[in-house]
Design a binder for this molecule. Sequence first.
Ligand code: PRP
Ligand code: URA
Length: 204
Amino acid sequence: MSTVCVFDHPLIQHKLSILRDENTSVKEFRELVSEIAQLMCYEATRDLPLEEVDVQTPVAMAKCRRIAGKKLAVVPILRAGLGMVDGMVAMMPNVKVGHVGLYREPVKYYFKMPPDITERDVIIVDPMLATGGSAIAAAGFLKEEGVKNIKLMCMIAAPEGVEAMQAAHPDVDIFAAALDDHLNDHGYIVPGLGDAGDRIFGTK
Ligand code: PRP
Ligand code: URA
C-alpha cells in the first residue's frame, strides 16, 4: 500500500491558512500555491538517489553527492495543477513538464508529455484531491504510456480521495499539506479552499 505523507511543517501550515481564507486575493493565492509547492517539493524529493562525485574546490578535492538515477518529470493536472509548476521548477530548473487536461468526470481533453516520459519518474501535481477521480485518471493515463514510478503531490486531500487513490493505485505515494474532513454533496472538500482553479485564474 502506498504511503500518505501529510506535511506538518510550520511554514507550509502558515501559508495554507492564508490560502484557505476566502478574502485572499488572486495575486496572493497564486503566490502561495507556488510557494507551498516549492516547500513540498523539497520533502517529496527526499528519497531521490544520490551518487558520489569528486569536485575540485579552490582548496582541495571534495567528495560530494549529486542526484543520480532516473530523471524526473512534473505533470500538472489542468487547470489548477498549473499553479504548482513554477514552485517545482524553481527547485528543479531542468525538470521536464508534461500536461494532463481533465474535466471532473473525468474526461481527458489534453495530454502532452516529454518524448522520453517512460524513462522518467513522475510527480503529478494538483492542489486538490477530492473524490480522487482526476488523479486516478491521470495516473492511469501515465501508466498506459509506460511510466513506472509515480507520486502525487496535492495541497489539500479529502479522506475519500485518498482512499480511492490508494485502492486504484496502491503504488503511488501521496504527499499533501493537509488531510481535511470530508467532501460535501457537490464534491467539494470541507473545509477546503473552494475551487482551486477559479481562485488561481480569477474565473469566479
Ligand atoms: C479540480 C482540481 C482537481 C479536481 C479534484 O479541478 O484541480 O483536478 O477538481 O477533484 P476530484 O478529486 O474529485 O477529481 P476541476 O475539475 O475543477 O478543473 P479546473 O482545474 O480546470 O478548475
Ligand atoms: N476541486 C476543487 O477545486 N475544490 C474542491 O474542493 C474539490 C475539487
